[in-house]
Design a binder for this molecule. Structure first.
Ligand code: PLP
Length: 388
């Protein structure tokens, strides 16, 4: 089989070897973490070690980490009108979300659709803070959800600024940070967020596990999604996904220890990639090129080139990339993110996302650039043929 280059790390990252090893060991632990015998206590200890590892990555206390089945569930748990805040009394009346959120947030969680307001973004792909400020003056207590890094463009959102406005208005801020860890530092206190959703599989942990993190014990989720045995302090019932949680912890620890090196590695490859794309196809558009962005994400369109054509050509050439958002892979739908940025549908239809990670190499980038150059040249030939 020919070598392949995996350039779709925003869809999911390959499992880190350290996570795999920790998971293999955890799979052999026989006990139930809720049992009080030695076998049960050993599994409990493994979970609590992982909780501490995850807490350290996000600079919170272990008790502020609630494990879930992933980012989607963490978002669903957070978007809840009944969140209790010490000294804050009342529940939340409405939900404000940015137009570029992941569908797991745009769905509105447990708020009635009529209580959800969508906030615009600027043409640069940033949450419109003036619109947020205006929306915050509306009636009722607001819960606001803003992502840290967009999964399609990689553009970093002005979260600390949003937090300031939200708190001044007596609201609560939830941040979907699923795409950020392992790429940029995510310290909950520095963000000013009250609740933060994360997912293991984007940072080299296993799929199917994540966490909802709270700023402090002043915040309490009074109405869980899953009720039952009282696991996760009653916030998320059900026997824990022990191997998943342990793998998440191991990956989080490596992420924390290697962040500076891994981010610099990704930034260097991203620059080579984007320089190469511009050289091979001067007419191409790299979305958010001027904005603060994740060091691993490049969303590019070449006018006239359809994303499906590019993705299929790349696949045949041994490259895994995606068109627009790949979370629901398989279906190619116009990007709501680019639409919110005011990108013309014809250009948005061509958006191809190349996303890198700790395991990406210069050879991967050169392989992509070779294929991209061919695509650009054949588009040029087609155009000349039509014109002739
Ligand atoms: N939020 C964002 C920004 C994402 O990119 C994704 C998945 O791609 C999710 C949430 C969902 O996370 P999970 O796949 O863990 O449910």
């Amino acid at each position: 089989m020919t070598e392949r280059a995996y350039l779709d790390w925003n869809a999911t990252a390959p499992l880190r070897p350290e996570a795999r090893a920790a998971m293999a060991a955890a799979l052999d632990l026989p006990g139930n973490p809720s049992s009080i015998h030695a076998e049960g206590r050993a599994v409990r200890a493994a979970i609590e070690r992982a909780r501490a590892q995850v807490a350290a990555l996000f600079a919170v206390e272990p008790a502020d980490v609630t494990f879930t089945s992933g980012g989607t569930e963490a978002n669903g748990l957070a978007l809840n009108p009944e969140i209790q805040v010490s000294g804050g009394g009342r529940s939340f009346d409405r939900l404000l979300v940015s137009a570029i959120e992941h569908p797991a947030v745009l769905g509105g969680g447990r708020f009635a659709p009529s209580a959800v307001e969508i906030l615009p973004v600027t043409p640069e792909g940033l949450l419109d803070l003036v619109a947020l400020q205006r929306a915050l003056t509306g009636p009722g207590r607001p819960l606001v959800s803003v992502m840290l890094a967009n999964n399609e463009t990689g553009i970093l959102q002005p979260v600390p600024e949003a937090a300031h406005l939200v708190h001044e208005a007596g609201g609560l801020l939830h941040v979907d940070a699923v795409q950020a860890p392992g790429r940029v530092a995510v310290e909950v206190g520095n963000l000013g967020a009250d609740l933060v959703s994360v997912s293991a599989h984007k940072l080299g942990g296993p799929k199917g596990v994540g966490a909802l993190i709270r700023r402090s014990d002043a915040i309490h989720i009074a109405t869980p999604l899953m009720r039952g045995g009282g696991q996760e302090r009653g916030i998320r019932a059900g026997t824990e996904n022990v191997a998943g949680i342990v793998g998440f912890g191991a990956a989080a620890e490596i992420c924390r220890l290697r962040l500076a090196d891994e981010a610099a590695h990704q930034r260097k490859l991203q620059k080579r990639l984007e320089d190469g794309i511009r050289a091979a196809s001067p007419g191409s558009v790299i979305f958010g090129a001027g904005a603060a962005r994740l060091p691993n994400t490049t969303l590019v369109a070449l006018p006239g080139l359809k994303a499906e054509t590019a993705v299929i050509a790349c696949d045949l050439a041994g490259l895994a990339v995606s068109s627009g958002s790949a979370c629901s892979s398989g279906k190619v739908e116009p990007s709501h993110v680019l639409a919110a940025m005011g990108v013309a549908p014809a250009l948005a239809q061509g958006a191809v996302r190349v996303s890198l990670g700790f395991g990406s190499s210069e050879a991967d980038i050169e392989m992509f650039l070779k294929t991209w150059k061919k695509l650009s040249e054949s588009l040029g030939r087609e155009r000349r043929g039509i014109a002739a």
